[in-house]
Design a protein around this ligand. Sequence first.
Ligand code: GYE
Length: 358
Amino acid sequence: MTITFFARKIIFQMNVRIIKVICIFQTLLAVFFTGCSKKTYSAGGESGFIPVKSEKLILGFSQIGSESAWRSRNTQSIYEAAEENNIQIIFDDAQQKQENQLKAIRSFIVYQVDVIAFVPIVEDGWDNVLKEAKEAGIPVILVDRQINADPSLYAGFLGENGLEEGRNAARFMLEKFTDKDSVNIMEFSGTENSSVVRERAKGFREIIENDSRFKIIGSENGDFLRSRGKEITQDLIQKAMDSGIFSKDSLYYEGQKIDVIYSHNDSMTLGLLDTLETYGITTDKTVIISIDAEQKSIDALTQGKLNCVVECNPNLGPVLMKLVRLIAEGRPIPRVTYIEEKVFTEKDDFSEYKPRGY
Ligand code: GYE
């Protein structure tokens, strides 16, 4: 065996050592990048903390948090579908912070996942990290919410049509108030600067803009939280009490009677109902329209506490996995994939309702 053979062997061993060092360094980097938010590895992830790259497709998924029953079902749907499709998922819960989502997406890039999907908590601030994903050759799918960014930086969007949800809420209201001269509306809106709030607000206003009877007299940001729904309602009641106009069958905003509450999600609506119950205020004289259609909200509808609930479908998992497979095979996906949704109203035959699952 010649000198060169020994030399090559030494060089190879050195290479192996170098590669090992690189791998350790890479793993340390991945740990460092994703240290600050909660994550779990399941759905086919066999190994412990950092999954070993396997033949399975690996999807890096950044979720915004668990602020509502809707969000928790959305996460569950994605896990279930990944399991069913034998796709390994690296899941990150950003605890409602965009900075955590940016870190998570960077850790997915370092780890070289096959596809990245994320729910953008707000519309802006994604260009840089998406450029990094593009440079790393990793396709990105937007889930649930949309962003303001160069469209070439992501492959497509899967989620609800927030504009249509807002329109459907207003269409119900128009039908409800065919003969009333003026209708005062109070809006409970969700997470500021999120696409879903912009769309639900815009779609609703679009339908009423040509009917001057309808006036939005107030709009409060409840951040999609039940606790905030409670607080906003408490504030309305306290102010009515302070100005001596408190009554057990109506709500007021700056002294004006509220005819309609338009709430951007069920969690805030349930917070509203909690507080009304505390003060013994009935909803008979207030029309309440909500969005999401979680079970508790549908129950409130069938009990006559709500008048209309516009569905926002959280079960995005199965369609997402189809899109992930397509894109991992280098095949195109639609720019926009809207999920099917319906509207539940007080006029329905409630006996036909099926359990909502969230
Ligand atoms: O309506 C709400 C959640 O982005 C469509 O976020 C989603 C919204 C949903 O907090 O419950």
